[in-house]
Design a protein around this ligand. Structure first.
Ligand code: GLC
Length: 635
């Protein structure tokens, strides 16, 4: 993805690599830090050349960034440096079979940070090792896009707690074996951020932090090729300021995109990133990565410079907080999603394709697209992993590749329309109770919202609802990488239609699937006569089994052609010729995989969920919406 222009010095002089290193040596920085810098500064320099080589201030920024790293390392608490060393000696820690993630809103799930602390025993009971707390920073009153409009990266929203409490929580979570994950919302800030206020006031040094234009000439030119992301809020990519000028705002009108062509912006955000790293955050969820670089005449998504920027942030981290990981949030074409995943860029990434195609298969009762994706789009470079999820706090967009679908005779455009109709309950026979999100009548585009239980049929009272919830999670738990559970889904929480009566949420249907902690459902979680109880016991059983199944570590997966269109099947290879064979059937009736198809597997197998032996010699029956995890021996 790198651009092909020559890599030379930015500008020889007081700030070239060797002079920066010489200065650090003269300052007697500790050997560990110096070692990190020696390893990563040449790469960072190279990236700065490509990003800022044509600017006079590029090199000064590089020197300032290294200085920020130096100060941040000096301030990094000893226990976090110990974590850094631990990670270095166990670099694949995040791909372990014991990894299980959870995600929640601090206020909705637990009232505040102290409530999250109180929930640690429950997180342990579930087996979580990763906890993503949704945005918790200071943000505008009322609509703040669920906290994705940040007014200060250094202050926690006072309604939730304080930064000090967050740092203490990180320590407590770590003691419980749980890594804290927070968002790094670096594409934009809120319009109330100090930088934003200074920029529109024309304060020296801040005018170029955002993309502001005096009239419509440039916005019109850019909008020839950009996509509308939140058309319900405003058309296009720009909003008008009170003084008549236009500012870039990809998402809501109060979320202003930062201008990374200005190295001062990179420097400023580096400071915020390192600050968060030193609070004990172990994974940063890199929000909206595809949008961070703009160039006229392009879609302004996933440009080569977006990758260079992520690599540059990564190089800084490796110097000053080397144990941290980046998780990419790129909900784009599958080719682009993988382009962000590498040890030098984002080590882990959401897997929106598997998520969307799981729902696609459940709706169509045809697993071929999902099976094809596992076959050809699952592999990742060493040292990286997927984060597999059934649904997130965001809408579901049908991000499969049209060219993949065409190979199966599926036309992408009408297929997406069908899926949208199906999941908002408009298609005849639909079991789903979803709600449309950002329907764009001009383009026919739309996405879908809803909790797992409501989308899968539990809300509609469909007989297959609970099985589908379990099936979808069983896939996320077994394909490899980190499975991520939206907390509350394990007790089958339903949609919260109350959002429509809350003015700051009414215009954004994603709130339908961000319910408050479902107290009633949690109270029923041990009662097998309730959906909450049944779903909870089945999912927690799967989580427990995953934890003791070494084949589920890593990402190696061999797709298995079961010769039944409603079946998705694959092997997760293990030691000594054994493997775990995962088979799921999305149809409403049981199907049979015949003995010949299974003849590559020894007939004696073990169901690792029920602990019962299974005989494959006469074929295998997979029940309606059923899933099996079998330990098999390859012949
Ligand atoms: C990401 C978030 C989403 C938010 C957007 C803007 O996509 O997941 O919730 O609206 O970024 O920050």
């Amino acid at each position: 993805m790198r651009q092909a222009f020559p890599v030379t010095q930015l500008r020889p002089g007081p700030h070239d690599v060797s002079s920066i290193l010489a200065d650090l040596t003269a300052d007697h920085v500790d050997r560990e830090f110096l070692g990190n810098v020696e390893l990563h500064l040449p790469r960072l320099h190279d990236l700065f050349v490509q990003l800022y080589g044509d600017r006079a201030d590029g090199f000064e920024s590089l020197a300032s960034v290294v200085d920020l790293a130096r100060r941040s390392w000096a301030a990094r608490p000893a226990d976090l440096k110990a974590v850094d060393r631990g990670r270095a000696s166990d670099p694949d820690w995040f791909a372990d079979e014991r990894m299980v993630g959870g995600v929640c809103y601090v206020d909705r799930y637990a009232g505040g940070l102290s409530g999250i602390r109180d929930a640690i025993p429950y997180f342990r009971e579930l087996g979580l090792t990763y906890l993503h707390l949704m945005p918790l920073f200071e943000s505008p009153e009322g609509n703040s896009d669920g906290g994705y409009a940040v007014s200060s990266y250094r202050r926690v929203d006072p309604k939730l707690g304080t930064m000090q409490e967050l740092a203490e929580l990180a320590t407590e979570l770590r003691r419980a074996g749980i890594s804290l994950v927070v968002d790094f919302i670096f594409n934009h800030t809120s319009n109330e951020h100090r930088w934003a206020k200074k920029a529109i006031a024309g304060d020296a040094g801040y005018e170029d932090f955002y993309l502001i234009f005096p009239d419509r000439e440039m916005p019109d030119a850019y909008e020839q090729t950009t996509r509308e992301i939140f058309p319900d809020d405003h058309p296009g990519s720009f909003v008008q300021l009170d003084d008549g000028r236009w500012i870039w705002a990809t998402f809501y009108h109060f979320q202003w995109d930062l201008n990374y062509a200005n190295p001062a912006v990179f420097e400023a955000m580096t400071g915020e990133m390192l600050f968060l790293a030193n609070q004990g955050v172990e994974i940063l969820r890199m929000d909206a990565v595809a949008f961070i670089w703009k160039r006229l005449g392009t879609t302004c998504e996933s440009l080569p410079e977006a990758h260079l920027l992520l690599q540059a942030f990564n190089a800084v981290l490796r110097m000053a907080a080397p144990g941290l990981l980046f998780k990419s949030e790129a909900i784009v074409h599958p080719d682009e999603v993988v382009s962000y995943i590498s040890p030098e860029e984002c080590q882990i990434s959401y897997n929106p394709l598997q998520m969307a195609l799981t729902w696609e298969a459940l709706a169509t009762r045809d697993a071929r697209l999902l099976q094809q994706a596992l076959e050809r789009r699952h592999a990742l470079p060493p040292g990286t992993a997927w984060v597999n999820y059934v649904r997130s706090h965001d809408d579901i967009g049908w991000t499969f590749a049209d060219e993949d679908a065409a190979e199966l005779g599926i036309d992408g455009y009408p297929h997406r329309r069908f899926l949208n109709d199906f999941y908002v309950g408009r298609a005849p026979g639909s079991f789903a109770r979803g709600v449309p999100f950002q329907e764009n009548p001009r383009t026919g585009d739309a996405r879908v919202t809803g909790t797992t239980a409501s989308l899968a049929g539990i809300e509609a009272g469909d007989a297959g609802g609970e099985d589908r919830v379990v099936l979808a999670h069983a896939l996320a738990l077994s394909t490899g990488g980190i499975p991520l559970l939206y907390l509350g889904d394990e007790v089958a929480q339903l949609n919260d239609y109350g959002y429509a009566d809350r003015p700051e949420e009414a215009g954004d249907s994603r709130w339908v699937h961000r319910p408050f902690r479902p107290e009633g459902a949690y109270a029923e979680r041990t009662d097998a006569t309730t959906p909450a109880g049944r779903v909870f016991s089945r999912l927690t059983r799967l989580i427990d089994v995953r934890r003791s199944t070494p084949e589920f570590a890593g990402n190696e997966l061999v797709a298995f052609d079961a010769r039944v269109s409603s079946v998705v099947a694959f092997l997760r290879p293990g030691d000594h010729g054994f493997a775990v064979f995962v088979v799921a059937n999305v149809a409403d009736t049981a199907v049979e995989i015949d003995a010949l198809t299974l003849s590559g597997l020894a007939p004696e197998a073990l169901d690792i969920v029920t602990s019962h032996p299974v005989w494959l010699g006469a074929g295998l029956t997979v029940p309606a919406h059923g899933v099996r995890w079998l330990r098999v021996r390859l012949r």
